[in-house]
Write a protein that binds this ligand. Structure first.
Ligand code: GDP
Length: 418
């Protein structure tokens, strides 16, 4: 990687909703962890006095330490996930590349991705690849090498290759968005496996269609299966290759309204995942290839239209940006809900449990202290009694000795006189 483009943080990005929520929940869990550790030390010390805390209670408290640590680990790894589907060559890899603003995934004839490819951010400016079931980091020097690596390997169509790309090169990767590219829905019958293995935790699905043809049964079937497994999945539909419509301007509007109607019907009437208004905001007409080219030109300091393929570039480019904005809003809100809602309610229940346990222990300590005080009072009384007794005994003894001495003196002087 020779290009040193750096992305400035964009605090206005809707993705920041997720980024801030993640920071907040991680901070809260950091505090909970400190609290649990401190309390466990205290409980262990109390356990030494078995009258207050028993073994079972101490063990229960220790289990909270592990629970909280496990949640913290998951939280640190949480990200937003978007998965792309559609027939081979509709432009899935190109859409991902356009969003990443760089040609990362190989695309085009001969570079058909025949396994799942996940692109995620890497720390430390390194680009590498990892194959499923291996921890080995395979260095990626350039896109050609990556393409070869993906093509040469005999990978099963449902296996996963993870591509780690430097976070600082793309704001989406920096903000924890993970992209999943799939083999074309036309090549596989194992939709169930696909969904179970790679999609169950996706926050957003993007169906990439070819605007030059109509949606196929395979494309529809895939989303039917998805919506059976997930309740109300977030689905966006991209009618890609819309640049081709520039060749037939006389049909452009009618083709567009026909496609729009079909896509909206699919989301509302068939899948029943959105209402009309929402569905209308989820269908776009774009050109991924052109957007990618425009962005590559922009990065070189050239105007974006230098990447234009056909007439009408500006409209298509705006539409792609509009898609990105709505996508960012949707993924960020959905991920906060699905990823953090569960953790925050677990956090609440753990701290609630600990609190009632501590209240209980505190009550026992109070009772115990009162009991000790009573015992102390009783003991003090007894000691005082003993002291009085002792004094009396001493006094009596003294008198006795005194009398004895007097008696002896008397007897001795009498004996001397005699
Ligand atoms: P995938 O198999 O769905 O990942 O499709 P690719 O992204 O590999 O794209 C297949 C071919 O279509 C490549 O040669 C792309 O350059 C081309 N392509 C992708 N998007 C567009 C587009 O919007 N317009 C045009 N004209 N070609 C495109």
């Amino acid at each position: 990687i020779t290009d040193n483009r750096m992305y400035q943080p964009n605090d206005k990005s809707p993705l920041q909703i997720f980024v801030r929520a993640k920071k907040k929940i991680n901070d809260i869990y950091g505090e909970i962890e400190e609290y649990v550790l401190e309390t466990t030390t205290f409980i262990t010390a109390l356990h030494a006095d078995a009258e207050i805390v028993d073994k079972a209670e101490r063990e229960l408290f220790e289990s909270y330490v592990h629970k909280v640590a496990a949640i913290r680990e998951v939280l640190q790894r949480d990200h937003m996930k978007v998965a792309f589907f559609g027939r081979t060559s509709n432009g899935k890899s190109s859409v991902i590349n356009a969003m990443l603003r760089e040609k990362i995934l190989p695309s085009g004839i001969g570079h058909t991705t025949n396994c799942f490819c996940q692109v995620e951010g890497s720390d430390g400016g390194e680009a590498y690849l990892m194959k499923e079931g291996s921890d080995e980091k395979l260095n990626v020097v350039n896109i050609k090498q990556l393409a070869n690596a993906l093509c040469q390997e005999k990978l099963s169509e449902s296996s996963l290759v993870r591509i780690f790309w430097p976070r600082e090169r793309c704001s989406l990767l920096r903000d924890d968005v993970v992209f999943v590219d799939s083999p074309g829905v036309d090549v596989s019958a194992n939709l169930d496996d696909w969904i179970d293995n790679h999609c169950i935790n996706a926050d957003v699905f993007v169906l990439v269609l070819n605007a030059e043809s109509t949606m196929t049964r395979a494309e529809k079937q895939f989303f039917h299966t998805v919506s059976q497994k997930l309740s109300k999945p977030n689905i966006f539909i991209l009618n890609n290759r819309w640049d081709a419509s520039a060749n037939e301007p006389e049909f452009q509007e009618s083709v567009k309204s026909q496609h729009t109607e079909r896509c909206i019907d699919f989301l509302t009437k068939e899948l029943k995942v959105s209402n009309e208004k929402e569905a209308a905001e989820r269908v776009f007409f774009v050109s991924a290839r052109e957007t990618l080219q425009a962005r590559i030109e922009e990065a070189k300091g050239n105007p974006p239209h230098m990447g234009a393929i056909a007439e009408g570039f500006q409209i298509r480019y705006f539409e792609f940006q509009d898609f990105e904005r709505k996508f960012e809003e949707c993924i960020s809100q959905s991920a906060v809900k699905t990823k953090f809602q569960q953790h925050s309610s677990r956090g609440k229940s753990v701290s609630g449990d600990m609190r009632s346990m501590l209240d209980n222990i505190f009550e026992r300590i109070t009772i115990f202290r009162d009991l000790k005080q009573d015992q102390k009072n009783l003991l003090t009384e007894r000691i005082q009694g003993t002291e009085t007794q002792m004094m009396q005994v001493t006094r009596e003894m003294k008198m006795k000795i005194h009398n004895m001495v007097e008696e002896v003196e008397e007897k001795v002087s009498k004996a001397l006189n005699e």
